[in-house]
Design a protein around this ligand. Structure first.
Ligand code: NDP
Ligand code: GDR
Length: 337
């Protein structure tokens, strides 16, 4: 068991929740940064909750925001983490076209605020940056660590900035900082407005007779979809390396949105063509057509390889929706998300 201390930003998100589980299972003391909001946003980590009044609680949560650099510095000073996993971001590509400036200040500059806090406090901690396959944009597949970036959204542009500032702090100040360039990864904990969860959720609701139609945008985009619990293991492995580096994490396979739709609806015993409606609000002003990752460096140097591919992922997600307690539809069609 480890006696290390980790700080996770974005602990209430999909990846943060799986990573917190993984690190707690390894014996880490886990600190999480959460945003203050008028309602609780901790549903994905409520099962990990530990009474903070207990002196040996292994999960500790702190209020803070990526926009607030002095708060981040104060937290780092107090927590003295061995490892910082920076996962927090405005992570929705379509929403980033509506909120480009906000996306820049959180998804982009948020990384600088953390790195600068590490530099100023002089902490010898290791730093993980949640970089994204979206940075490759229109670069032809397969995409690897040496592929050219061509960001196609304010989100992707902010992630390219964050990627380079992470490398800059590594080169300029010797921070042990790594970029995990993760391709799409999904799970039953995926946010409801990302396409895989939206489809899996609708398939279950239609099968139960709770809704009839699902509105979607571009069905031709191709993505390399993996399973989130496997991907957080790759994050951890990256920070255990003696030398910091950058790693692509992917399955190496690609499927279209239409394929994923077929997998989910067939698994729920449905014909998707009877239920799908096109809605242009879900189109992006510029799209990323085809992502397929080459994760051979991660396999070689981290001993990591994906085992769950899109067809099985679709079954996992639909089964989780079918087993869940029915909830009201929450398609936020006004925002195009
Ligand atoms: P989610 O959208 O599920 O989670 C995002 C997290 O960031 C949430 O905990 C959210 O808090 C937090 N957050 C957002 N804005 C702020 C802010 N201003 N201050 C503090 N916290 C904030 O993302 P994922 O778990 O899917 O992804 C994790 C990271 O990995 C993100 O950076 C994403 O861009 C990146 N990534 C994801 C991939 C994927 O396929 N999932 C692929 C490649 C990269 P709250 O709960 O309060 O909203
Ligand atoms: P992505 O994921 O943009 O790849 O970013 P998303 O699931 O939003 O879109 C995937 C593809 O599906 C198409 N699409 C739709 N998308 C959404 N959200 N809603 C729809 O109704 C819809 N119809 C079709 C999209 O056009 C797109 O081509 C995710 C995020 O997690 C990022 O944070 C992360 O960096 C990347 O994955 C890798």
């Amino acid at each position: 068991m480890s006696d290390k201390t980790a700080l996770i930003t974005g602990i209430t998100g999909q990846d943060g929740s799986y990573l917190a589980e993984l690190l707690l299972s390894k014996g880490y003391l886990v600190h999480g940064l959460i945003r203050r909001s008028s309602t609780f946003t901790t549903q994905r980590i409520d099962h990990l909750y530990q009474d903070p009044h207990e002196p040996d609680a292994r999960l500790r949560l702190h209020y803070g925001d990526l926009a607030d650099g002095s708060r981040i510095a104060a937290l780092l000073e107090g927590i003295q983490p061995d490892e910082v996993y920076h996962l927090a971001a405005q992570s929705h590509v379509r929403v980033s076209f509506d909120e480009p400036e906000f996306t820049g200040t959180t998804t982009g500059l948020g990384t600088t605020r953390l790195l600068e806090a590490i530099r100023m406090t002089g902490l010898p901690c290791r730093f993980y940056q949640a970089s994204s396959s979206e940075m490759f944009g229109t670069t032809a597949p397969p995409q690897s660590e040496s592929s050219v970036f061509h960001p196609r959204s304010p989100y992707a542009a902010a992630k390219v900035y964050a990627y380079w500032i992470t490398r800059n702090y590594r080169e300029a100040y010797g921070v042990h900082a790594v970029n995990g360039i993760l391709f799409n990864h999904e799970s039953p904990r995926r946010g409801e407005t990302f396409v895989t969860r939206k489809i899996a959720r609708a398939a279950a609701r239609i099968a139960r007779g709770e809704q009839d139609a699902l509105h979607l945008g571009n069905l031709e985009a191709r993505r390399d979809w993996g399973y989130a619990p496997e991907y957080v293991d790759a994050m951890w492995r990256m920070l255990q390396q003696d030398e910091p580096g950058d790693f692509v994490v992917a399955t190496g396979t690609s499927y279209s949105v239409r394929d994923f739709l077929t997998f989910c609806f067939e698994h729920a015993g449905l014909d998707w063509e009877k239920h799908i409606r096109f809605d242009e609000r879900y189109l992006r002003p510029s799209e990323v057509p085809d992502l397929v990752g080459d994760a051979s460096k991660a396999e070689r140097e981290l001993g990591w390889k994906a085992t769950v591919h899109a067809p099985e992922l679709a079954r996992i997600m639909v089964d989780a929706e079918l087993a869940a307690v029915p909830a009201p539809a929450r398609e936020r069609s006004l925002t195009g998300a």
